[in-house]
Design a protein around this ligand. Structure first.
Ligand code: GLV
Ligand code: MG
Length: 321
């Protein structure tokens, strides 16, 4: 069942082609935090319309457990977008958490999408505004407009990097998604893009999601690339194959050591600022000085750890005076 918007888990976001009933069935039993049933680029043009029926049937008849349930529709430059939204929301709106809009290029495209969604919700008697929007940034225009896109509708939940389309759109000289373009040996060619998306997402309290890694047999490569966006603060990544799911769930959760440390900082700081602790705003925790900013950093790690189901393995002992 749907969780509240801000709490939805998205460490692993599993892509499932809407034209493949077998995969729509199999995906239900996999441990991904989110599934997105695709009507866009993994579905051939001639299968687009029949895929809508597969997707609504899978949402209505399937058992998706606690997963966040998303459908990716086709982008506004195609002839399919409005038909996708009407078919999916009329057919299975009550069993859907969000729609993903690919290749978003402007705030207006999000506003138009929100209006269309609102009409369909009203026409079938669904609560207006419950279904969220995930916006994929996949070209230069989308990236330049990303702040406005992120703020264009209260329905927006995530900003997603779409590396394959993005690399094509900027003429990057590489065919290997996620890896550095050959010849670029002075840093990470994706750093600016990831940071730009992360800033826009955080400015509007949204999740930031990294896109696919296409070499599905190369798990070390997946972990390496995922580790970079996770280190920056991204909340999760697409997975294209069941084998990538556990790796994503692990990479986007804090380690046990970091989680324990974060809970320790929270307890120690709460004690330090209390009357019993001397009402101090900056104190030592072991060899480390902690203050209000440390508490804020610890809150982020603790929240991710708790959401990932970690439990602490050490407890705080107040220092004897
Ligand atoms: C995903 O849609 C991508 O283009 O990478
Ligand atoms: Mg794409």
């Amino acid at each position: 069942m749907a969780q509240s918007r801000s709490l939805r888990a998205r460490r692993s976001c599993l892509a499932v082609p809407g034209s493949n009933p077998k995969m729509l069935g199999k995906a239900q039993g996999l441990p991904a935090d989110q599934v997105f049933l695709d009507l866009e680029d993994s579905v051939a043009p001639m299968a687009k319309e029949s895929a809508r029926g597969n997707v609504t049937a899978a949402l209505n008849e399937g058992d998706w457990g606690e997963k966040t349930r998303v459908v990716r529709v086709n982008d506004w430059t195609t002839q399919w977008t409005y038909g996708d939204v009407i078919a999916v929301v009329e057919g299975a709106g009550a069993n859907l958490d969000a729609l993903m809009l690919p290749k978003v290029q402007s705030a207006e495209q999000v506003v138009a999408f929100d209006l269309l969604l609102t009409q369909v919700e009203k026409s079938v008697g669904l609560e207006v505004g419950r279904i969220g929007i995930e916006a994929q940034i996949e070209n230069a225009r989308g990236l330049v407009e990303v702040d406005a896109i992120a703020g264009a509708s209260p329905r927006i939940e995530t900003i997603i990097f779409g590396p394959a389309d993005f690399m094509a759109s900027i003429n990057m000289r590489s065919l290997v998604v996620g890896e550095q373009p050959p010849g670029y040996d002075v840093g990470d060619a994706y750093h600016y893009i990831l940071m730009r998306i992360l800033m826009a997402a955080r400015m509007h309290d949204l999740q930031a999601i990294d896109g696919p890694y296409l070499q599905i047999k190369d798990l070390d490569g997946f972990r390496r690339v995922a580790g970079r966006s996770a280190a920056l603060g991204f909340d999760g990544k697409w997975v294209l194959h069941p084998g990538q799911i556990d790796a994503a769930n692990e990479v986007y959760s804090p380690s046990q050591v970091d989680y324990d440390h974060s809970e320790l900082i929270l307890d120690a700081y709460e004690h330090a600022t209390s009357e019993a602790g001397g009402m101090r705003g900056a104190v030592m925790l072991g060899d480390e000085m902690i203050d209000e900013a440390s508490r804020k950093m610890a809150l982020v790690v603790a929240a991710k750890g708790r959401a990932a189901g970690l439990t602490r393995t050490s407890s705080f002992e107040p220092p004897s005076q």
